[in-house]
Design a protein around this ligand. Structure first.
Ligand SMILES: *Cc1c(COP(=O)(O)O)cnc(C)c1O
Length: 672
């Protein structure tokens, strides 16, 4: 028997098409995780008697740099190592001489921000909950983009380099599929990546598509190059066609028996068009039973409205007729992918309670279908080591918290436990110390109040709000023992306002060089999940200042509360549901009485004023706990709030979220 060939054949691997080390995939092990977990997941998806779900998403942020990386017998290719990166700070001489280093695998670069990280966390919780789910996405051969800072210019976007052929755990399949772009047929490759459960005993397959096939003409090989390549409507449309229709064809080609097709954002709406082709009106109406759609944003740019004359260059006549019929926009020259996804789906959900309210106002025709299921984060991915150890140490309170994070709400039993309170502060200080060590050349201080703003630099998130009045910041810093501010985030290269925000921040940082003794401001390049994990656990306060009600949910603050990091936030997204729990300070404009306001009216003046007011309060409170005598520290109010943060983490996680999706929409039975 040829033992080494068998497992590869079982998984339908194209061992020529990627740099395959036979030792990595054996009968017993798939890149270090038990193979039976993978075979079982595949069998369930193929079995028509098992109810299963395909989850389509333009992006997936899986974060192997911080959680469950795959082992490979060979060395890690230098192209798949996370690159050293630069910093732009008001200690400019440090920026010239130092890089920030990390020694991990680069994230699979197929995400741009929170939408992708949520999709990744969803797959991980589905694996933890043993659900027969399949992820469907695109393998972006050039990732999103590489970000470099340049004074007086802002962000310089470059091409991101990595090597899918040698990426540990990513495997190519023998099967390929065909798809037409206008009148041209092209061939698409299929790949798999398996997302393991926290105990590595189950897995969820992620099916990825790419167009870099040698039979394709050059123009077609580039189509899955850059995520959100939006230089023309044609590009946008083609990328969406590959996800929706290509994804559906890939599912058929591999023989999966799927019951529910879940479209994570309208990007995937063409999946329904593919399914509706060749069917009569009654059959098409019945299809909606099998579709579900999650809407992720109230922001205009998040809703694709594509001109019909452009669509005609990408879709066939029949496809266009279906798209027009289900995706009718208020402008008759456009097809609206949000409307298409809503009409196609029996279940439509928003991503927080407030967002449910807003979505119903924005889409009154679908009001009855729309429900809110609040987002979450995958706890085993986002918890830091010191907090993991602390929860394990108190196992009699938290039980098997990785399996059922709901038990974290029992942290309130420890509210008056002096030893726990002291250890909690100690765990936080370990995280902060680790972050500052990582940024050592910039000489940040462990006893100085440290706050971070890090996420996509989209205008409604107001990246520069805290820098609106630098003089006021310096004043707060001088009066209360100093201030350290960390920034990270990319703006989409075609987003004029977002890239403008980055330039503005760099200019303000540059102007603060004389103030560096009291106020240190640092902007990290190339925000990703690796940097996110350092920041969300290592700072004292997480800053979240979107303009209400345009942040549908937000998830980075959920990662921070899990690690006892307090919130300074506007009243928007998930925070609306957590604000009564004393997790920090709330400030600024509120969206009330069903008024949406305008996305462009950013209220920078008045909201920065109230930000500074609450910031000053928090810096004071922080000084109090930092300067307390060690024997008195446990009594500090700051530690009460840290405990309330942990309490809310018991709800804002994807274990709870995926359970709600399954109970309300998918209705799958866990793998026995
Ligand atoms: C969690 C995360 C986000 C989401 O941040 P929001 O605050 O929800 O906008 C974006 N990017 C990365 C890398 C993340 O880890």
């Amino acid at each position: 028997m040829t033992h080494e060939k068998e497992p590869a054949a079982l998984l339908n691997l194209d061992t020529q098409g990627f740099a395959f080390d036979p030792q990595d995939v054996t009968e017993a092990s798939f890149y270090g995780i038990p193979s039976p977990a993978i075979h079982r997941a595949e069998e369930r998806l193929l079995d028509p008697s098992v109810k299963s779900v395909a989850y389509f998403s333009m992006e997936f942020g899986l974060a192997p740099s911080v959680y469950h990386p795959y082992q490979t017998k060979g060395p890690l290719s230098p192209r798949n190592k996370k690159r050293d990166f630069e910093i732009f700070s008001n200690l400019r001489q440090m920026d010239y001489y130092h890089f920030v280093q990390s020694d991990t695998v680069v994230d699979i670069p197929i995400y741009s921000g929170g939408l992708g990280v949520l999709a990744g966390d969803t797959l991980k919780s589905a694996a933890d909950l043993k659900l027969p789910l399949l992820g469907v996405g695109i393998l972006w051969s050039k990732g999103y983009f590489d970000q470099q800072f340049c004074i007086h210019y802002g962000q310089l976007p470059g091409e991101f380099q990595w090597d899918p052929r040698t990426y540990p755990g990513l495997v190519k399949l023998k099967t390929t599929i065909e798809l037409s772009i206008g009148h041209d047929p092209i061939r698409l490759n299929l790949w798999k990546y398996y997302v393991p459960s926290f105990d590595r005993r189950h897995a969820v397959p992620l099916l990825l598509i790419d167009s870099d096939h040698p039979e394709n003409p050059d123009w077609a090989r580039e189509l899955t190059g850059q995520l959100y390549q939006s230089s023309t409507v044609w590009w946008k449309t083609v990328q969406r066609k590959i996800l929706g229709m290509g994804g559906m064809k890939a599912i058929r080609a591999l023989g999966y028996a799927i019951d529910v097709f879940h479209m994570n954002e309208g990007h995937a709406a063409f999946a329904f068009v593919e399914m509706a082709k060749g069917k009569g009106p009654e059959e098409v109406a019945a299809l909606t039973e099998h579709f579900a759609y999650t809407c992720h944003t109230p922001v205009e740019a998040g809703h694709d409205r594509l001109p019909i004359d452009e669509l005609a260059n990408v879709l066939s006549d029949e496809e266009l007729i279906i798209a027009e019929r289900f995706g009718q926009d208020k402008n008759p020259a456009l097809v609206n992918l949000t409307i298409l996804a809503m009409n196609a789906s029996k279940h439509v959900n928003a991503v927080a309670k407030k967002h449910e309210e807003v979505t119903k106002i924005q889409f009154p025709d679908h009001e009855e279908k729309i429900r809110g299921i609040t987002n979450g984060i995958h706890i085993p991915t986002w918890i830091s080591r010191p907090f993991e150890q602390l929860f394990d140490e108190y196992a009699e309170i938290f039980g098997n918290w990785q399996d059922s994070p709901d038990s974290l709400h029992r942290v309130t039993h420890l509210l008056h436990d002096r030893a726990f309170r002291e250890k909690l502060w100690g765990a936080h200080k370990q995280n902060k110390h680790r972050l500052l060590e990582w940024l050592r050349p910039w000489m940040l201080r462990d006893d100085v109040f440290t706050i971070a703003w890090a996420r996509r630099a989209a205008p409604y998130k107001r990246p520069s709000l805290i820098l609106q009045r630098p003089g006021r910041l310096v004043e707060i810093a001088k009066q209360h023992g100093g201030l350290q501010i960390l920034f990270a985030g990319k703006a989409h290269p075609n987003d004029f306002a977002g890239t403008g925000n980055i330039k503005e921040i760099l200019n303000i940082i540059d102007s603060l060089q004389e103030q560096r003794e009291h106020l240190k401001v640092i902007f990290l390049e190339n925000y990703d999940t690796y940097i996110a994990k350092q920041l969300i656990s290592g700072v004292d306060v997480w800053l979240n200042n979107p303009l209400p009600p345009f942040e549908a949910s937000g998830t980075s603050g959920m990662k921070a509360v899990l690690n006892g990091v307090l919130q300074l936030s506007t009243m928007d997204g998930w925070v609306v549901e957590a604000a009564d729990n004393e997790i920090g300070e709330i400030f600024g404009h509120r969206s009330e009485n069903g008024e949406l306001g305008r996305e462009m009216d950013l209220r920078l003046q008045e909201d920065s004023d109230s930000l500074y007011e609450k910031l000053e309060l928090m810096v004071r409170d922080y000084r109090q706990v930092e300067q307390a005598q060690p024997e008195d520290r446990h009594a500090s109010k700051w530690i009460d709030r840290m405990i309330h943060c942990l309490e809310v983490a018991s709800f804002f996680n994807t274990s709870r979220m995926v359970t709600q999706y399954n109970q309300g929409i998918w209705r799958m039975a866990p793998i026995g």
